[in-house]
Design a protein around this ligand. Structure first.
Ligand SMILES: *Cc1c(COP(=O)(O)O)cnc(C)c1O
Length: 889
């Protein structure tokens, strides 16, 4: 609030900042009425709001002018009362529903045709970028406004700005904007103080191009918020613009003097296209048709429930629509998820476009199934996949099912917190180069990585793919973005999504300078560069050779408004025509033949939401996360016992070459972050918040239970000494307040306990902290597959193994033996052999990564780690029987 020059700087905080400003102004104006503050304070506070308010349609010029007038004439009561009304309207968003919010006096003619007698209509704003003082534009805006009807599906208000920079600020901070109309002839530079946004724009490489400012603005907006419909009102012949290939980001080009009516219909149609949810819309119609069912689904139409004496409460709990919408039919327009031709197909096409993919497939069995489908479709038995050993179990099982040979690559460890980071690119390149040296590169089909990881490590997806493609140009990529689906709707995170990176690589492939860059690098590398050189060079692929093949899976239910298990496979693959029949087989293999209608509908709806309000929701989630980080760090009491790990703690310096430390490092702002996002090998997803609780004497599981049982706060996952909090598109600032309240209460409890129990108690507490924070077990690396499960044991360098044979070997009981984890035999076998070979995928929770896979030789380190683990849940290990091993022949 104090920092007057910089208040428009931080894009993410602007929405919150705007509310704070209004709250502040309200408080001051009340004080002013009571004679407790001076006019000058009120005026300063009011002036700080002005540049923000020109980026929003409400309150708008007229009401702001009224406010200004009351202030000028020092009518304290009237000023305070208007501030109060406007600020509540902004905070509670009354203006979207209530036409009187737009009036100064009740008896005025309505300025907006939000009619209270019509049912709820979604409200949005249309950004109009136009020259100042242009009579023809003013006339056009007036005509546009007069087009609006009470029976339009949506209600919109125009927001007029006069410069490129204001337009850019507006789309960055105003979440209500759904469409943009650009009239030629506006200024480039803003008259607002917005130094930081200017910097963001210089990072976006926007410099005024005087001949094409309008097109340039369209491109910049499309890059930042691709979901917006952009209209260009031009004085030129439309062909002159459409001839420019960059103009594809414009939805329609209209001849400015003639077409304000057309513009109105185009705006509504554009929003309607995003609003339309083909499957859900039809499901609603279907549910309300009279239908007799003779198919096998007793609960369809709810008759077996509502007529029952015994289970009627289920019907009352869920409501009748759930049952009316249940069906096993694929008729009545319900379409078939396994072979969609109708509205599921259209819903998937819309989702593909919304997420920047070429194809999208809805999956109703979670990303666990999506991953298996993709692996099966793109690789065949005997193929090698380079895969993160810490990936979700579905990838390991996918390899078992598909007979793929996993070549495990290792993430860097974060021993202090008993968790892993992400896999350094050098490890991936090493794997590819050693496979190449052994003549096995042609068997390598996929690089399979988790983006972001559970704890929030985000890959430099573009760099990983480019460098791998430089070694093998037709390699496919599977990016498991189970947690990261929302990221497409953040302009900052989007380039780090699989689809965002694929789009940028595709663009690069078509630029003439790319081939030059490649050839230059080839000349520098010479004819036979050593592996050492290749490992330490940022490799450029040959744009003529590259086959760009990118697959992304996301658990739509984990970051968007889909029902649990809703998952999407997104595809951008130039060779998809070859894969498509295989993908269909994979879908047939893994899909249920009874997909749930509600789940499919929820994915359709989740897509609609993200396209219409995803930008604002994701910005808010990021803002909440930054708020939590900030408040914990700066609270004098809470910060004594709790801390949130910043990027500097989660990512070693070597992987942050931009010098980015953390979001909260003094002097850091979002343009520094934007550079880190572009350049650094890893970036931390701000919404995934590792809260260290070991320093407060709690282990992760214990702390999670306290939060859940005593305070009804659910957290995501735990490690030995931390819990993971996640901010989401559903969080509000009250959640931040509640969390801080709880942490403060726990802090007080600890302090009281410590002061009560004296020196002895304190030393016990300190011991506990040391044990949680310092006496942490080493994280065991993947050892190796036993020779039995390797093809060519003479080639020692590459480490892929036949996980499938090992997995099924244990089916024959005679092939199994058990050794107690703590037994002498175990120690003896480690020392003298024969080697112990795991029969199982063994995964302790936490930390949740597999410490053993079938066919893997058990090492000292693994035994030590398992012995130190004090968790109850270990999948694949039965403590009463011991380690399940495969006998050796
Ligand atoms: C949760 C998760 C999955 C599995 O997704 P579901 O939708 O729960 O089946 C796969 N990969 C990662 C990284 C996950 O976190």
């Amino acid at each position: 609030m104090e920092n007057k020059q910089n208040y428009i700087d931080q894009i993410f905080s602007l929405t919150a900042l705007r509310s704070d400003h209004w709250r502040h102004l309200l408080a001051l104006s009340r004080k002013w009425c009571m004679g407790k503050t001076d006019l000058v304070n009120v005026r300063n506070s009011f002036e700080m709001l002005q540049p923000l308010e020109i980026l929003h349609a409400y309150p708008g010029k007229k009401l702001m002018a009224k406010l200004s007038q009351e202030l000028l004439e020092e009518r304290k009561e009237a000023f305070a009362s208007l501030v109060s009304r406007l600020s509540f309207s902004i905070l509670a968003r009354y203006y979207k529903e209530d036409p009187s919010e737009w009036l100064y006096h009740d008896d005025e003619d309505p300025v907006v045709n939000i009619a209270s007698d019509t049912p709820h209509r979604p409200y949005f704003e249309v950004l109009i970028v136009a020259p100042d003082n242009s009579k023809s534009v003013e006339r056009n805006v007036r005509i546009l406004l007069n087009q609006r009807q009470k029976d339009d599906d949506f209600i919109y208000e125009p927001l007029v700005v006069h410069s490129f920079q204001d337009a850019f600020c507006a789309i960055a901070v105003n979440n209500n904007i759904c469409a943009v109309a650009i009239f030629e002839g506006f200024d480039f530079a803003s008259r607002l103080p917005a130094p930081q946004l200017n910097r963001v724009m210089s990072d976006l490489h926007i410099e005024e191009d005087e001949d094409h400012v309008a097109l340039q603005l369209a491109i910049a907006i499309a890059e930042y918020r691709p979901e917006l419909d952009i209209y260009l009102m031009s004085d030129q012949r439309p062909q002159d613009i459409t001839d420019d290939p960059r103009s594809t980001c414009i939805r329609r080009i209209l001849y400015a003097v003639e077409e304000p009516t057309e513009l109105h219909y185009a705006i509504l149609e554009g929003v309607r296209l995003r609003f339309e949810t083909p499957f859900f819309d039809n499901l609603k119609r279907y549910a309300h048709r009279p239908i007799s069912t003779f198919h096998a689904l007793p609960i369809a139409r709810g008759k077996s429930i509502f007529k029952s004496d015994w289970i009627r409460d289920m019907g009352e709990f869920y409501g009748k629509n759930l049952f009316l919408a249940e069906s096993s039919a694929t008729t009545g327009g319900l379409d078939s998820l396994l072979e969609p031709t109708g509205n599921i197909k259209r819903a998937q096409e819309k989702a593909a476009r919304a997420f920047g993919a070429e194809h999208c497939f809805f999956v109703t069995n979670g990303t666990s199934t999506s991953n298996k489908m993709v692996l099966m479709a793109i690789a065949k038995p005997g193929d090698i996949i380079v895969v993160d050993r810490n990936c979700h179990k579905s990838h390991h099982y996918g390899a078992v099912l598909g007979g793929l040979y996993p070549y495990y690559v290792e993430a860097y460890p974060m021993k202090e917190y008993s968790m892993y980071g992400a896999v350094p690119l050098i490890a991936i390149k090493k794997a590819l180069l050693s496979l190449k040296a052994e003549g096995k590169l042609d068997r390598v089909r996929v690089v399979d990585l988790t983006n972001c990881t559970f704890d929030g490590h985000v890959y430099n997806t573009r760099r990983v793919m480019e460098e791998c493609l430089a070694i093998k140009p037709d390699l496919a990529f599977l990016w498991d973005e189970a947690w990261f689906g929302f990221a497409h709707f953040s302009p900052f995170l989007r380039p780090r999504t699989a689809m965002g990176a694929a789009a940028n690589i595709e663009k690069w492939l078509h630029e003439p300078s790319s081939l030059q860059a490649y050839e230059l690098q080839q000349a520098e590398l010479g004819s036979e560069p050593s592996d050492e050189t290749l490992l330490h060079t940022r490799l450029i692929p040959d744009p003529r050779q590259v086959r760009l093949r990118v697959y992304q899976t996301n658990s739509t239910h984990k970051s968007m408004s889909a029902i649990r298990q809703g998952s999407m496979v997104l595809v951008k693959d130039v060779d998809f025509y070859q894969i498509e029949p295989q993908l269909h087989e994979a879908i047939f293999t893994h899909s249920t033949t009874s997909p749930n209608q509600q789940l499919i509908a929820s994915m359709d709806v989740a897509r609609r939401q993200m396209e219409l309000e995803g930008y604002g929701l994701v910005s808010n989630a990021i803002q909440i996360a930054l708020d939590i980080r900030h408040q914990i760090k700066n609270h004098p009491m809470v910060s004594k016992y709790f801390k949130v790990l910043g990027a500097d703690a989660m990512i070693p310096q070597d992987f942050r070459t931009s010098g980015f430390q953390d979001f909260l490092t003094p002097g850091t702002n979002w343009s520094d972050a934007a550079i880190a996002i572009r350049d650094d090998e890893f970036f931390l997803d701000p919404t995934r918040i590792t809260l260290v609780c070991g320093t407060a004497g709690f282990d992760g599981t214990q702390f999670k239970n306290i939060l859940a049982d005593e305070f009804s706060i659910q957290v995501n996952k735990t490690s030995r000494n931390s819990v993971l909090l996640q901010s989401n598109i559903n969080n509000t600032r009250s959640d931040v307040a509640q969390l801080m309240h709880v942490l403060l209460e726990l802090t007080t409890r600890i302090e009281n306990e410590l002061s009560r129990s004296g020196a002895q108690g304190r030393s016990k507490f300190e011991q506990r902290v040391v044990s949680l924070m310092t006496d942490v077990p080493d994280l065991p690396n993947f050892s190796h597959f036993h020779d039995t499960y390797r093809e060519d044991v003479n080639q020692k360098a590459s480490v892929e193994g036949d996980i499938r044979t090992a997995f099924f070997k244990s089916w024959d009981l005679a092939n199994n033996e058990y050794v107690g984890l703590f037994s002498e035999e175990c120690d003896k076998r480690l020392k003298d052999g024969p080697p112990m070979v795991s029969a199982k995928l063994v995964i302790p929770y936490p930390p949740g990564f597999p410490i053993l896979v079938p066919g893997q030789v058990i090492s000292h380190e693994i035994i030590n780690f398992m012995r130190k683990l004090d968790v109850k849940e270990v999948h694949g290990y039965d403590s009463s029987r011991g380690l399940q091993l495969l006998k050796l022949e």
